[in-house]
Design a protein around this ligand. Sequence first.
Ligand code: ADP
Length: 464
Amino acid sequence: MSLNALVPIVAAVFCFEIASIFAVLYLKVGRRPPYLVFTGMALMLSLMTMASFLTAWHQRQPSELFWLRMQYAAAAGAFTLFLHFSALVTGEPFRRSTTWLTYLFGGALMALSTTDLFLRPATAPSGWVFEAGRLYLVMAPLMMSVAFLAWLRLMLAARRRHQQTFAPIEAHLPTILFGSGLVIFAGGVVVAIVIFFPAVKLPVSPHSLAAVVFCMLTAVALAKELLRSESEKLRLAQLVHFRDQAVRDLAHDLKNPLAGVQTTMSVLLSDIVDESTRQEMLTICGETCTRLMRLLNNMLDTARLEAGRELELRPEKLDVAALAQHVVNAQRLTSTDHSVTLSADLPRTTYTLDGDKVYQVLTNLVHNAIKYSPEGGHVKVEVAEADGQVRFAVADEGIGMTPSQVERLFRAFERVIDPERRITGTGIGLHMVKRLVEFMGGRIAVDSVAGHGSTFTVWLPEVA
Ligand code: ADP
C-alpha cells in the first residue's frame, strides 16, 4: 500500500481519538458547547481523511469520485463547525439566527459537494479522471479564505486571552490553533493545486499530513492538561486534608487550655486556696489566655489577609531588646525542659517598628523552637543590627527539617511535620509570620538540618 493511502488512515484514526476525547470532556468535565462542536469538527476531519484513504484505494476507478466527493462534503462540515467553534471560543458567540444560518449554509454545501457542480467526472487519454466543477472554483477558495479569517480571529483572541468557554484546556489553545491553522493551510494548498494545476497528482495528501500533526499537537496539549489537573487535584486533596487536620488540631489547642482555665476557676471560686496559690493560679490563667489570644490573632490575621484586606502598620519607637526579653520570659514559662536564652547586640536602644507585629513574629518563632524540640534543649534568641536593619535569629536543637520540608514551610495550613510525631498545630503560624515580615518590608530565611535543629532569621527595616 502506498504512503498516499497510509497517511490518511493514520490521520483518520488520530482525528477519531481526538473526537472521542472531546466527547468525554463534554460528558464528564462540563457540557460546554465548544467541546461538542470540537468533537463534531474532529469527527468530520476523521471522515474527511478516511474518505481520502478510500479515494487513494480506488485510484482511477469511478468510485474514486464518490469518495472524493465525500471528502469534500466532510471538509465542508468541518469548515462549518470550525466557524461556529471560533465564534464560541472567542467569547463572541453567534446569535441563534446566525448559528442556524451557518449550519443551513454548511448543510447545503455538504449536499452540493456530492454533485457534479462540485466535482465532475471527466475522461482523459490515460483513462478515467475528474475535474473541478463551477461551484468548486467559487466555493473552495471562498471557504478556505473564510476559514483562514476565522482562524486568525481565534489566534488573536487566544493571544488577548479573550476566550471564556474553553476553560480546562484554555492554556493550550494556541497549540491547538496552530494545528488547526496547519489543516486550513494544507486545505488551501489542495484547493490551489486542484484549481491551478489540475494535472498534478500529489504523492501524499497534504491535509491528511496536517491532520496528523494537528491531532498530535492536540493530544500533547490534552495530555499536559490532564497531568496539570491531576496534580492540582492532588494538591487540593492535600489542602483539604491539612485543613481538616488543622481544624482538629485547633480544637485541641483551644480545648486543653480552656479546660485548664475552667478547672482553675472552679478551684479559685471554691475559696479553699491560700493567697499565694491564688496568685499563682491567676498568673497561669493569664498566661493561658495570652496563648489563646496568640492563636486567635494568628487565625484572624490569616483570615483577614486571605480575604484580601490589608493590615495596618503602626510604627512606634521600640526598645527591641526589651521586647525580645519579654517574649523570651513569656515563652520560658511554657516549658521546663528547655533553656531559652537571649543575647542582644544593638548599637541603639530604640528602633521605629510595629511593636505588635514584631511581638507576634518573635512569639511564633520562639514558640515553634520550643514545640519542635520535643526532647528539650537550648533555644537561642539573638537580636542584632545588620546593614541598618534589625536582625532576629531564633535557633533550636530540635527535630529540624529536610530541604523539601523547608520549601513547603510557609504555605497556609501546611504542616510539614511527620504525622507520627503527634505535635499538634494548625500550620498557619509561619505562614502568618512570613506575611507579617513581608508586610513590614523585611524578609525571613530558614536554615535547618533534619535531626539537628533549625534557625529562623528575620531582617526588619525601620519604618521611614
Ligand atoms: P504549626 O506549628 O501550627 O503546625 P507553623 O506554621 O508554625 O504551624 O509551622 C508549620 C510547620 O513548620 C510545622 O508544622 C512544622 O512541621 C514546621 N516547623 C516550624 N517551626 C519549626 C522548627 N523550629 N523546627 C522544625 N520544624 C518546624
